[in-house]
Design a binder for this molecule. Structure first.
Ligand code: ATP
Length: 437
């Protein structure tokens, strides 16, 4: 394959090259034709002098060219300081149309006023928008930075099954699927299996994979399928070790994003990538609620007592910025009625946390209960029986103390770029009313 990408073109000045890409813009002037070509790394100009008789065939091809067709050009790459795009241009000797584009249903360069569902129906066109292209690169970079950090800390990447036999875990609704005439469920998280790895003695594992939630809710932050970045680690002393580790992980990811894309994010999204410093502020839920009451005259609704809701997440951000100049804040000491049975408890208080970033929950984490008898007690209290029997077995034959967390990748990207909704953040959004494309 001889594809040369735009960001490497400057190495080929004064050479005969072959270049393939999308037709970004066509400017057919009286004496000259300018065609801007685009690939995933940038844009380059191709210039054809109409007065040159040898160009007659090329001029005809360009006259019939449609925007967003894909072409392959052979020709000479020359320096030209007058050209804005990299000070170079391609002078073609041949043009081959590889794929002719029909007229586009909307202008992806100007998405203002284009209905989000139309955008999602044609997501592959929507993704041609420069900002959407950057969003994909930024997400990849964030995950790369976090992955690298985990490998450097001797974590093992695992791949757990998404088809499971039982439904229950933490109370989230699950999708039931037909499994050869019987029932199976789509995993709402890899929780049980990452803990199984702790029981196996693997010490430090992570997974980046889909999680499924059958929640019929249309918020800006919920999808029925999302990407979860999950960590589990053994031999911790308390959930504070987990929080401490998550700080390092996020710092590693955000540092990488800032280095590689900080300027571009600022330019296209108007958002600063802020690499936080350790430790992030922490607060007990009860203390936070007192502050909400005093500062914002906010009373926690009855059904949210002992838990957080979206309003509280916004106020947390405001408070954390004002008091600590921090975009992040850990909330601890939730009510045991609002936390899953596998969270360890001390004096009846779950040993876990939520992490709020820029006004939204991005993580739940905890020390897990690794003692069989205690776990059984918690499971019974939540009315969980048969569904968790297989999981309970993991703790009968020795298991180190451990903890971990689940971090929503889609929410990370959304908050990082200041996007309005998870719909426009996910590569392909999945929600109650959307299963296509
Ligand atoms: P929420 O309270 O916001 O519904 P949750 O408490 O159900 O979230 P967890 O089960 O603790 O979330 O999942 C861990 C993380 O996974 C969340 O902090 C979030 O980043 C992400 N997450 C959970 N549910 C969804 C969803 N439906 N869509 C997108 N991301 C999600």
């Amino acid at each position: 394959m001889d594809k040369i990408y735009v960001n490497k073109l400057s190495n080929y000045i004064d050479s005969e090259i072959s270049f393939s890409g999308f037709v970004d813009t066509i400017r057919d002037k009286k004496w000259v034709q300018f065609v801007i070509l685009r690939d995933s790394t940038g844009k380059v100009q191709m210039t054809i002098e109409k007065s040159d008789e040898n160009n007659a065939k090329l001029v005809e091809i360009v006259s019939n060219l449609t925007k967003d067709s894909v072409i392959k050009v052979k020709g000479k790459l020359v320096k030209n300081d007058a050209v804005k795009l990299g000070g170079m241009e391609i002078i073609p000797s041949s043009i081959e149309v590889l794929s002719k584009a029909e007229e586009l249903p909307f202008d992806y360069n100007n998405l203002d006023g284009v209905n989000i569902d139309t955008r999602l129906d044609y997501r592959w066109l929507d993704l041609r928008n420069e900002k959407n292209m950057l969003a994909r690169q930024v997400e990849s970079c964030m995950v790369e930075g976090m992955r690298e950090y985990l490998y450097s800390c001797d974590f093992t990447e695992i791949h757990t099954p998404k088809l499971i036999k039982t439904a229950s875990e933490s109370g989230s609704s699950v999708f039931k699927v037909d499994y050869f005439g019987g029932d199976a469920y789509l995993a709402q998280s890899p929780q049980f299996y990452k803990q199984m790895c702790m029981a196996a003695g693997m010490s430090k594992v992570f997974e980046v994979a889909p999680a499924f939630r059958a929640e019929n809710s249309n918020t800006n932050r919920h999808a029925t399928e999302f990407t979860s970045f999950d960590i589990e680690m053994s031999y911790i002393d308390s959930y504070e070790d987990v929080m401490d580790f998550e700080e390092d992980l996020l710092i590693a990811g955000l540092t990488k994003v800032k280095e590689r894309y900080g300027d571009k994010i600022k330019e296209l999204f108007g958002k600063e990538v802020i690499v936080p410093t350790k430790p992030f502020p922490k607060i007990r839920l009860e203390d936070l609620c007192k502050i909400f009451k005093e500062k914002y005259h906010y009373d926690v609704p009855e059904h949210d007592i002992g838990d957080m809701n979206a309003d509280m997440e916004h106020m947390t951000y405001e408070y954390a910025m004002e008091k600590y100049n921090s975009e992040f804040m850990f909330i601890t000491d939730f009510s045991k009625t609002k936390r899953p049975f596998y969270h360890m408890r001390k004096n009846d208080v779950p040993q876990g946390y939520d992490l709020i970033w820029r006004g939204m929950e991005i993580t739940s984490g905890s020390q897990r209960e690794h003692r069989y008898d205690e776990l059984l007690k918690n499971a019974k209290e939540k009315g969980l029986g048969k569904d968790v029997e297989f999981y309970m077995e993991f703790f009968k034959y020795g298991c180190p103390p451990h903890g971990g967390f689940g971090l929503g990748v889609d929410r990370l990207t959304m908050l990082l770029l200041g996007l309005n909704s998870i719909k426009e953040t996910q590569l392909l959004f999945r929600g109650p009313n959307r299963l296509t494309p």
